[in-house]
Design a protein around this ligand. Structure first.
Ligand code: C2O
Ligand code: CU
Ligand code: CU
Length: 510
């Protein structure tokens, strides 16, 4: 039965036997403890080094958002509520806190000019106006975002509303049990279990990838599940690693479908069945997985498939476009499949709910765009001096911003050079919707679900979009927000080493 090792280039062995560490889940306390915030409940959080056991048996130092008895708490806020948090910086370097995906005034957005100096406290206060969904928070100081996130600073921010409540009721979903956020990261550790961040020259240009894949701060994680439907809220919180996620029945090596129900900015109008999806740093995907047809004892793997980040397939005709078994033998595609999470169906459950046809309604896009803009992503220099640029420029805190008008919708075309790498482009302060993708590489184009070249993951509200080498994406950017006065928002690559090195630009909304 088993094929591994039998054929040259056969299916990779996933090494699932070594996935023995119980997946850390959001709970009452400790790491990923759930904290009901908002509703006039001001939080006090400290940013500091703390001991946390990520490598089993080796508690080591990481940098952590610490609140009450919780580390990197999962904040839960109801839409419409006022959120407030006093964040004290106990590091010996400046930081800021950015609420990724949430529409907040720029002074509350963790802008790099609004630093929290060592020893100081910043009061973040804003109304949560966003649709229900999976958002997150992390530092954003200029030049040090990559290091601070890599050292451990990141947390989930879940927004709830009637749409989400209805869905959870219909499907019997409970946070931390059957509604499970999965924070995907990769980190490196020293032999004592302390988090290490030491990018070499190549990582500074290509982005830093850690040696150990973590899900919810668990290496080689396993989750015991029942034969029912689960919601997985996937968040890529890695500095630079892109995942190409799929679900495999480990016994038969059959691909299992996932049902995509939400993206960065909350629920889709209608669910989409998918076989795989790319998830780049900063992006979220909300999926349902169904274990009803599996026997008790079955093992399922959430895997990341191999892919070609540099788009080299084009020089080899259509190699890499055939994906019956991921990317097969003899393909030019580098990188092979690896397991991210093992799921064991451990118990039987009678479960009869079905996914509702209609999940939510998206904000109307019938507002006519007032202007268009284009952005070109490119590289300059060579080895030692190489930099990634947006419209040939590198960010400076005092650079002239682009000017946009509050209350308008703009169409942006973002084009990535052919000789480039994939850049996950993220915008603060204005959610966007995807209008089209063109000249996409084959491995992306074959996932298109409509004539505009959009992918299933492009059908919801977005704040981060992965733009592949040679590709152009068009997005409708919504500058309708209620804030008085000038707002300064950032548009940048979410490969954090790129952001820190200046692949960022500022938009002044007037
Ligand atoms: Cu998640 Cu400007 O960042
Ligand atoms: Cu952001
Ligand atoms: Cu980039």
């Amino acid at each position: 039965m088993s094929m591994h090792g039998a054929h040259d280039g056969g299916e990779p062995a996933l090494g699932l036997d070594s996935f023995v560490n119980p997946l850390r889940l959001p709970g009452r306390s400790g790491t990923l403890g759930v904290l009901r915030a908002g509703a006039g409940r001001p939080l006090k959080m400290a940013v500091r080094p703390e001991l946390i056991e990520i490598v089993p048996g080796h508690p080591g130092v990481a940098w952590i958002y610490s609140a009450e008895d919780k580390k990197n708490p999962v904040l839960v806020v109801r839409r419409g509520e006022d959120f407030s948090a006093d964040i004290t910086n106990e590091l010996d370097e400046p930081t800021t806190t950015h609420w990724h995906g949430l529409l907040v005034e720029w002074s509350m957005d963790g802008h790099p000019s609004r630093v929290i100096e060592p020893g100081a406290t910043y009061r973040y206060r804003f109304r949560v106006r966003d649709r229900s969904g999976t958002y997150w928070y992390h530092p954003h100081p200029h030049g040090r975002t990559a290091a601070q996130v890599a050292m451990g600073l990141a947390g989930l921010f879940l927004v709830d509303d009637e749409d989400d409540e209805r869905l959870r009721n219909e499907l019997g979903l409970i946070l931390g049990e059957t509604d499970i956020p999965l924070l995907l990261q990769d980190k490196s550790f020293d032999r004592d279990g302390n988090v290490l961040y030491a990018p070499d020259a190549s990582a500074a240009v290509m982005g830093y990838e850690g040696e150990t894949i973590l899900v919810n701060y668990t290496p080689k994680p396993v989750l015991e599940a029942a034969s029912r439907l689960y919601r997985l809220r996937l968040l890529n919180g890695a500095n630079a690693r892109i995942f190409r996620l799929a679900l495999t029945d480990a016994g038969s090596r059959r691909r299992l479908p996932m049902t995509l129900i939400g993206t960065d900015g909350g629920l889709l109008e209608q669910s989409q069945s998918t076989q795989e999806q790319f998830l780049s740093p900063g992006e979220r995907a909300d999926v349902l997985v169904d274990f009803r047809n599996l026997e008790v004892g079955a093992t399922v793997a959430l895997v990341s498939l191999g892919f070609d980040p540099m788009h080299r397939e084009m020089s080899h005709g259509s190699a890499g476009m055939h994906a019956e078994h991921g990317e097969g033998a003899g393909s030019t595609v580098p990188g092979s499949e690896y397991a991210v999470l093992k799921i064991v169906v451990a118990s039987e459950e009678v479960y009869e709910s079905t996914v509702p046809e209609r999940l939510a309604s998206l904000p109307s896009a019938d507002h006519l765009p007032t202007r268009s803009r284009s952005f070109r992503l490119s590289a300059s220099g060579d080895h030692g001096t190489m930099r990634w640029l947006i419209n040939d420029a590198s960010y400076r805190l005092d650079a002239e911003p682009l000017i946009a008008e509050r209350g308008t919708v703009e169409v942006w075309e973002v084009h990535n050079d052919e000789l480039s790498m994939p850049h996950p482009m993220h915008l603060h302060g204005a959610p966007f919707s995807m209008l089209s993708r063109s000249r996409s590489p084959g491995q992306v184009a074959r996932l298109a679900v409509d004539e505009q070249g959009r992918l299933a993951t492009d059908l919801g509200r977005k704040d981060t979009v992965l733009v592949w080498p040679g590709e152009s994406v068009r997005i409708a950017v919504d500058f309708r927000h209620p804030f008085e006065g000038e707002q300064r928002y950032l548009f940048h690559c979410h490969i954090l080493e790129h952001e820190d090195a200046g692949m960022m630009t500022e938009i002044l909304v007037t």
